[in-house]
Design a protein around this ligand. Structure first.
Ligand SMILES: C[S@@+](CC[C@H](N)C(=O)[O-])C[C@H]1O[C@@H](n2cnc3c(N)ncnc32)[C@H](O)[C@@H]1O
Length: 203
C-alpha cells in the first residue's frame, strides 16, 4: 500500500502477486474498469497478464490529470484514455466484465465505499466480478501489527479513512446483489477480495 496518497511505489511491488491471483478470475474478461488507478502501474501490467482485456482506467477528478499524463506515451487501444470518475458521482455506462480497485477502500470514506459497491453492481455484466486488493480487517480478529499501525495512522490523518472490515464489505455487496466469491491472502497481510454479480453468463 502507498503510505502516502500520490506515492504509488507499492503498486510496483504488489502488481505481480495481485495478477498471479487475478488471472484465474479474469481469464475470460474482455472489459475491465479500474477505479482509483493511481499512476496506471497495475493497468500496464494487467495487459501483460491479461492480453485480451481492454483495461479502462479511472481516477477521482483531482488525480485524473496525473493518470492521463502517466499514460500519455501509450498508444495501446487496450488502455483507453482514463476516465475522471469519482465513485460517488455518475459512472460510465459499461457494461464491464470486472471492476478492479487496489488500495482504495481504506482511502475512501465509507459513503464512497458504499458508492463503489453500488456503482460496480450497476456497471457489471451478469456474473461480472468486483475485485478489491488491499489491507482489510476481519471482525473480532486482532489485526496484525502492521495493519493495526497503518489503520491508526490513516484515522489520525483523516477519521473517515481506515481499514475496512470484510464482513461490512460483504454486507454492502449483498445489498447490491454481489456474492462473495473469493478471499485470497496476499503478501504483507493484504488480501484480494472478489465478489460476483448474480447471473449465469459463463465467465
Ligand atoms: C492509495 S491510492 C491507490 C492508487 C493505486 N490503485 C495503487 O494501488 O497504487 C488510492 C486512490 O484512491 C483514489 N480515490 C480516493 N477517493 C476516490 C473516489 N471517491 N473516487 C475514485 N477514486 C478515489 C485516489 O485518488 C487514489 O488514487
Amino acid at each position: 500500500m502507498s503510505e502516502r496518497i500520490g506515492d504509488y511505489s507499492a503498486a510496483e511491488r504488489n502488481k505481480r502477486p495481485i495478477f498471479e491471483a487475478l488471472v484465474e478470475h479474469l481469464s475470460q474478461a474482455r472489459a475491465v474498469l479500474e477505479v482509483g488507478a493511481g499512476d496506471a502501474t497495475h493497468a500496464r501490467y494487467a495487459l501483460e497478464r491479461l492480453p485480451h482485456c481492454v483495461w479502462q482506467t479511472s481516477e477521482a477528478p483531482g488525480h485524473h490529470r496525473r493518470l492521463v499524463a502517466a499514460l500519455a506515451d501509450s498508444a495501446d487501444h487496450r488502455l483507453p484514455r482514463p476516465l475522471a470518475l469519482d465513485v460517488r458521482a455518475a459512472w460510465p455506462a459499461g457494461p464491464y466484465d470486472a471492476v478492479f480497485g487496489a488500495n482504495v477502500a481504506h482511502i475512501m470514506d465509507w459513503a464512497a465505499v458504499e458508492a463503489l459497491f453500488a456503482g460496480a453492481a450497476t456497471v457489471l455484466r451478469p456474473a461480472g466480478r468486483l475485485c478489491l486488493y488491499g489491507p482489510f480487517l476481519r471482525r473480532g480478529e486482532t489485526p496484525r501489527p502492521g495493519n493495526a499501525t497503518f489503520d491508526a495512522a490513516l484515522r489520525d490523518r483523516d477519521p473517515a479513512m481506515g481499514l475496512r472490515e470484510i464482513e461490512a464489505l460483504n454486507a454492502l455487496a449483498q445489498q447490491q446483489g454481489l456474492v462473495a466469491l473469493d478471499d485470497i491472502a496476499m503478501p504483507s497481510d493484504n488480501r484480494l477480495l472478489i465478489w460476483q454479480k448474480s447471473g449465469d453468463r459463463s465467465f
